[in-house]
Design a protein around this ligand. Structure first.
Ligand code: MIC
Ligand code: SF4
Length: 653
């Protein structure tokens, strides 16, 4: 008898509507939610706009980990708002300094077999302990906090069979980089990954979490490991053994496709500039001078990772050419490093210590020098994400990073000629939750602190009968949400949409020319809507709904692309922007900036069967027609036509 996948079982157990059949739309119950501050502020403003008094999940947690640099009052204004609004709504609040949301959630809250929806694309990290953990836009998470189900297309499950055991100096990061070299960062919408096979038990929980974390770069909906004795030991050490349960796929589970990875045959790998799937063996890149190494992020900053780094730096100091910075994943990791002596080794070895937060991973400092290679243990190396234009960012394992730090050039750690430090998980971790504030009981009077840098979430208008628009930009493949809405120094504008909207697509602005935002606003003020044209995999990367909200604010009403990534497509719908796909891929090349695009009777065209007829008019030229398709459900269509989900909620209220 064919068996069930673990992902299939968890979906079935949480099904609220629809069928747990791959490719079908279904709604699932969400047990837990997580938000971080850069997306959470807007999510809570939306929750307030929906008139929700108290969250209805089993557990919701708000972390402060992204916007911790605090240049100007904006960041702390957001923190104070979040601390007060979470108290009012019944949400746990993890204070700044307590660590990166995914790492802390894994340590303190994650539970095998539960569903977790997070307003951050790396939420699937918690799949490392057998959760069905999914990243989404803030509005979807707000709806889940309010007790609403999460609407998803049930993913086709790819099975990744792990066999053998990693060689010394080869790491979990190399497993996921290898998978990225096979599956790439595009074309994986509608799939999820499930790991199985005898190699699973050789991997610790932090290693599994490194692998599930970068499922986000594949663009899959979730990545899940079974929950086994290794998971149990981890949860026991976190003093949470009570939440453990054994979970695995049935013996003859049917996968869409099976990819076998022989762990023992892998070698150290690096994702070269500027995409996580541009993977090459480190051995081929060895010798590249490196002036900066940064270790940390939700991918590689566990106690296991940093203890190994400390052991090596304790004996082999950093190379004079290379500046080395380390951001621990959580306060638990940092405290245990301090108590175990590892911190002294890091400092003694010449590392620069950063706080337990996202930090340089989201461009909060440590931008590399012009033209210099930076080697990082992070998950994304999209162009410019470091804060330096034309950056040369290589993503590697902690092992390769520390080898590079001591040699001053990209180094295959196997060439160090020193024994691989052994690691044993402690019997118990330091489980001090004093930086996590429990919400007061329902009914307690709480004043919500809302300073003047925090604006209301903007609303769009209902869709017109016929749409007349202008192409504002024509883009290539793999446009990320970092291209659409830069983070770095602009991150502090997340709760101020009019200001943040000024930098939409700023990476494509040209000196002396009107900015994208200025052009869009003038088209909008002229009574027409703006249109974005793009290639494959539009909206890769972050879950930031600002990549939909800010374009919406500038009057964008449609994106025409070859394909659109899952989270971004949902965000577009949530904010009333129509995500359309070219029926004939050739058509994309015929469009240019300034073309007029009309979608006559767009409302009725959407209600009947696709494809949609779209008219294109070049300057003074003849009108031609092209066809577009979409993958919207009836509910999505109603949302877009209403001008977004907040409008629908407002009507209901
Ligand atoms: C990222 O890694 O890009 C972020 C910053 O964590 C984003 C969320 C955001 O933009 O706030 C993500 O991955 O979703
Ligand atoms: Fe933070 Fe970077 Fe992880 Fe995003 S990828 S949550 S910015 S550490």
């Amino acid at each position: 008898m064919p068996g069930k996948t673990l992902i299939g079982k968890i979906i079935e157990q949480h099904l609220v509507a629809g069928k747990a059949t791959a490719g079908e739309e279904a709604k699932i119950r969400i047990d837990q939610t997580l938000c971080q501050d850069a997306t959470g502020t807007m999510a809570f403003l939306e929750l307030e706009a929906m008139g929700v008094d108290r969250v209805r999940t089993e557990l919701s947690v708000q972390y402060v980990d992204h916007n911790t640099s605090q240049f100007g009052p904006e960041n702390q204004n957001d923190h104070l708002y979040l601390q007060s609004v979470t108290a009012a709504k019944g949400v746990y609040f993890s204070r700044p300094g307590n660590g990166i949301c995914h790492q802390v959630h894994l340590e303190r809250f994650g539970q095998p077999g539960k569903t977790l929806l997070g307003s951050d694309s790396h939420t699937p990290t918690n799949g490392g302990i057998g959760m069905l953990a999914i990243g989404a836009g803030g509005l979807d998470v707000a709806v889940a906090m309010a007790g609403g189900p999460f609407k998803m297309v049930v993913p086709h499950v790819i099975g990744v069979k792990l066999t053998g055991r990693l060689q010394p100096w080869v790491a979990a990061k190399d497993v996921i980089l290898h998978l990225l070299s096979i599956l790439s960062t595009k074309g994986n919408v509608g799939t999820a990954i499930e790991y199985f096979g005898p190699g699973v038990e050789t991997l610790s929980v932090p290693e599994r979490a490194t692998i599930t974390n970068m499922g986000a770069e594949l663009g899959v909906t979730a990545s899940v490991f079974p929950s086994d004795s290794v998971t149990r030991a981890f949860l026991k050490a976190e003093r949470r053994e009570d939440v453990w349960r054994e979970l695995k796929a049935d013996d003859h589970a049917i996968y869409e496709r099976v990819i076998e990875i022989r762990l023992g045959e892998l070698e150290p790998l690096a994702a070269c500039p500027s995409s996580p799937d541009n993977v090459r063996p480190v051995a081929e890149l060895a010798g590249l001078p490196v002036s900066q190494v940064v270790i940390g992020s939700c991918t590689n900053s566990s106690l296991k990772d940093l203890t190994m780094v400390a052991e090596i730096l304790g004996k082999h100091p950093t190379h004079p050419r290379t500046s080395v910075a380390i951001a621990p994943g959580s306060r638990q990791v940092l405290e245990m490093l301090a108590e175990g002596g590892g911190l002294a080794h890091l400092i003694g070895g010449g590392a620069r210590l950063l706080e337990a937060a996202c930090g340089p991973c989201i461009g909060q400092g440590m931008s590399p020098a012009t033209g210099e290679a930076t080697v990082r243990t992070f998950n994304r190396n999209f162009a410019g994400r470091t804060g330096t234009r034309g950056d040369q960012c290589y993503l590697v394992s902690t092992e390769t990073a520390v080898a590079t730090a001591i040699r001053g050039e990209l180094t295959d750690p196997r060439q160090l000629g020193i024994p691989y430090p052994s690691w044993r998980m402690p019997q118990s971790f330091k489980t001090d939750d004093s930086m996590i504030i429990e919400p007061p009981p329902e009914g307690t009077n709480v004043d919500i602190v809302r300073k003047d840098t925090i604006g209301d979430p903007p609303y769009s208008k209902a869709f017109p009968e016929s749409m007349e628009g202008e192409v504002l930009v024509c883009l290539g493949d793999k446009i990320t949400t970092d291209h659409i809405m830069p983070a770095g120094t602009y991150l502090k504008l997340r709760s101020n949409i009019p200001e943040y909207a000024k930098v939409v697509f700023s990476c494509f602005n040209e000196e002396g020319q009107p900015t994208f935002a200025e052009r869009a606003a003038s088209v909008r003020d002229g009574g027409r809507c703006g249109i974005i044209v793009a290639g494959e995999s539009y909206g890769q990367g972050s879950s930031r709904e600002h990549a939909a909200i800010c374009p919406m604010y500038l009057g964008i009403r449609a994106v025409l692309a070859l394909s659109i990534e899952r989270i971004h497509a949902a965000n577009l719908v949530n904010f009333g922007i129509l995500p359309l796909l070219f029926k004939d891929p050739e058509d994309r090349g015929h469009l240019a900036v300034g073309d007029t695009i009309d979608i006559p009777d767009v409302r009725s065209q959407l209600q009947v069967k696709q494809p949609l007829h779209v008219t294109v008019r070049k300057d003074r030229g003849r009108a031609t027609e092209l066809m577009c398709r979409h993958t919207l459900s009836e509910e999505d269509i109603a949302t877009v036509l209403a001008g977004g989900r907040l409008n629908i909620m407002k009507q209901r209220l």
